[in-house]
Design a protein around this ligand. Sequence first.
Ligand code: MG
Length: 231
Amino acid sequence: MKYKAVLFDLDGNLLPLDLESFIQDYFRALSASVAAHVEPKRFVSALLQATQVMLENDGSKTNSQVFMDSFLPLLDCKPETLMPLFERFYQEKFPDLGKDIKPLPQARQAVELAAGQGAKIVLATNPVFPRAAVDARLEWAGLGDIEFDWITSYENSCYCKPNPGYYMEILENINLKPQQCLMVGNDTREDTAAGAVGMDTFLVEGHIVEHAGAPAPTWRGSWEQLLELLQ
Ligand SMILES: [Mg+2]
């Protein structure tokens, strides 16, 4: 295998999940956990608004800073009240949201194959979630024990997909050139954006999210075809 690093998207890729319906369950559960302090409709509206601002982060601050700077002023609630509730939510309630998900054996095979070939393995999930929510989703995917070389989360990233800056930031952290990397994902815009910085891209069929006018990936195929490429 020619790659020195393989980047894997999580939702709809390593983790078999329909993101849209998951986000609805997630927002419902999160807003319920703070309902004693913030009216759920107002909470969700602030969440969506701040997420949109975070998605446009230009790299000057971390995504978590951008999110909180936008989110907190929209609510009449002190951060000292809200933050412990969030933390508790991610520890106690969030893990249950994925309890019915069945891990995908090929996902684990691909990650282990890449690592076994000496490549760095990166969890390149759109960094709009706290690390605790990323770790919980890795557990759902049956990958909680895998030692990734780098995992993007909203605490350590200053861009979101499909901004090429997101991929540049990963390259800095793993100290490699784009031509040495393969990005594996399921979203024709967010994941193939890695191609804009010079990485090869592989779209895995199963939960592909299509966008009109999206750039073509280097490859598009099944998990089996990906496993062949990683050999
Ligand atoms: Mg995805």
